[in-house]
Ligand binder design. Sequence first.
Ligand SMILES: Nc1nc2c(ncn2[C@@H]2O[C@H](COP(=O)(O)OP(=O)(O)O)[C@@H](O)[C@H]2O)c(=O)[nH]1
Ligand SMILES: [Mg+2]
Length: 738
Amino acid sequence: MTMTEKILYDIETISSNLGLTLESMREIPGMYDTSADTALELCCTLPGTIRSNILKIAVVGAIKSGKTTFINAWLKDDLLKRGAGVVTAIVTRLQRQSTLTARIFLKSWDDINQEIEQALFMFPEKEWNPEKNTPGFDLRRERDRQFLNDFNVDIFSDLSVSEAGLRPESVTITRAVEGYEAVKDLIKPDRSILEFSGPLFETHKKFTGNDSRAFFVRDVALGVTSPGLDPDIEIADCQGSDSTNPFHMVQIQNYLTRANLIIYLISSRTGLRQADMNFLRVIETMGLMENIVFVLNADLNEHENLKDLMSVEHRVRKELTYIKKDPELYTISSLYNLFCDLAPDLSRKNSIILDLWKEDANTTAYLSSMTQRFNSRLVGRLSSERFYLTVANPIERLRQIAFMARQRLSLFSDLLSQDLSKARGAMDRLAEMLETGKKLEAIMDNSIEGAVDQLEREIQKEANALFDPLQGTIAKDVAHFIGGCKIDISLYESKLLHHGFENTLYLMFQELKSALDTFMTQTINARVLGFIHDQEKAIEGYFKTLYRSYDINPHEISPVKDQDHQPETAPGRKIVPIDLRTIKGILGLSLPTEAFVTRYNARIRVSAMAKFGLFSLGDIIGRLMNRRRYTPGVSALSASEKKIKQEALRSVVNHLEAYQKSVTRDYLIPLLEAVSRDFKDKLVARCRVCDVEIETMEGVIALDQASKKAQSRTLDAMAAGLTKIVKKIESLPVQYLN
Ligand SMILES: Nc1nc2c(ncn2[C@@H]2O[C@H](COP(=O)(O)OP(=O)(O)O)[C@@H](O)[C@H]2O)c(=O)[nH]1
Ligand SMILES: [Mg+2]
């Protein structure tokens, strides 16, 4: 049993025993009230909540930086396909499970057709839908597929590879056409899941090891049996951080925001490249730099000796400092570590390679010591994250419940005492406490309400500064970006002759769209995610401060001055007042990433075409008379470029209102409200010992001797049980915050 499992097991035992104690309160009139009921509910649900609180580790880096190898080395198992070279962005999440299982989350036909439509955006519909009798594009239609196929060969020829690589719209179309046959019977109208477990596990690679099929996959979850992976850890291979597909980028960004730790891999073969810097800037803008650890994946074939490797390390470290002060960088070789772990079972070829590597004892000794340092750093980091996220709050909650139960026990044993003055004294103290509690509650209500109002105003104000269509920074930056976008019209001149004006316009638009999509995901969406991150921190900070101002010692308002009660069991300053993650989990609140992808407006085409009308006749005549004379067409292209830019900007601006709404009204505000509710519940729980009516207490005092004795025996049994529970809570190996 690992340490985590032991703590989880202990928490489960404590919750269940505490639950039984609360249940037995029902036997005594007045002892079981709504707060006991809430506490009982918590004891029942807590273990499940903790189990679903998984630590997420994102492994990112450029293609072939060694992400998959790193994960295999972590698992000590060559489980995932290394060197797959798939560029499609898929997040492959791994968690420990009892049987080896792969779950492939497939896109729906709507998702797929929508992506293709975006890739065809601005292309004249009459060409692929001549009768206009079917709405939208549908890959399931033979005619539509045939169109895509011809289109792809034809229109992108000699344009496909630009300076920035393959044209993304061409990539989408190629993959959709190529992968169709293999997946057509598996894709459903709704998003669906394929499962491969046990001996069928390997089959899942058919979907992930091939770019065309991977196009149809949203993401992948693997259940692995490797003991190297703790049961409360999810590790994710985030491939495709340099993907140009906005739908995919958003998915990766979404995972990163939820990750507790980001491990960024850099290959020693290449060092840091421009794409790495771009992606690191994205992570920085998202406000996630504090979660990042860098790994320089040393390729032992690549370096003559340790000195050579060290010089790469030195350079990479220096370059990283442009992005992050004192970056944490570990030089390790994932493949070497993996081979060492698999040594007895290595293939002959790999054994020879390993032996060869081992000959350079200096380098391998250095790498091994760095691996050790990395591992212990990781263990330390994860256990503190784990403590904050998974066990600190639940333990404090249980401690609070135990405290409440003890208080109640003490109160009721006084009420049931043969000594009437003692019983009356307990009653008076309780009445006084209820009064104080009510006053405190009223004060809290006011100030929490005030806090929520103020926070909400601040969120709205900052959101306006970001999203306002006229004054907001997004609109301004997008306008600036589009204004500075250079489309090389001369590139499209030849296209004009072969494909006509409309199709050329399409190509031109797609060039702008691809640049704009990249800008939107890398700069704008990253900034919005950073904004959300900051707002969450502000909410957290605000309530923490508020909590401190209510730092009431429960003993002071306690109706019982118990002698046997040790102060350390009191829920004093130790509780973590805000637990956004759990609250989000309970609300089912996730980032509104659907709103992060800009939908372009169909009027772009109409507007751009308007300019063409002026020139088309001249163009055709020119073409007939003299090939040199298509300048009118070219100038129509330039005029259309302006229109396209204007309309593209308008699409983004129109989208801002919905974007803002999903970030604030559908995400941040509900989160804020839930946090304040949770916060209040916690505080109120501390002010209340028991919601018992005076008449009920009178009834208890008036019981006959025999009944009092019987009830006292029940209380004694409860007290014995509680003492054990409290001891168990105290013995948990966790240190407390603040
Ligand atoms: N020589 C050497 N090759 C490595 C090392 N790490 C990874 N590779 C190889 O590089 C290729 C790409 O690695 P992979 O883990 O698939 O990269 P990914 O694309 O980031 O997942 C694979 O063929 C690996 O076997 C290393 O430390 N040394
Ligand atoms: Mg990989």
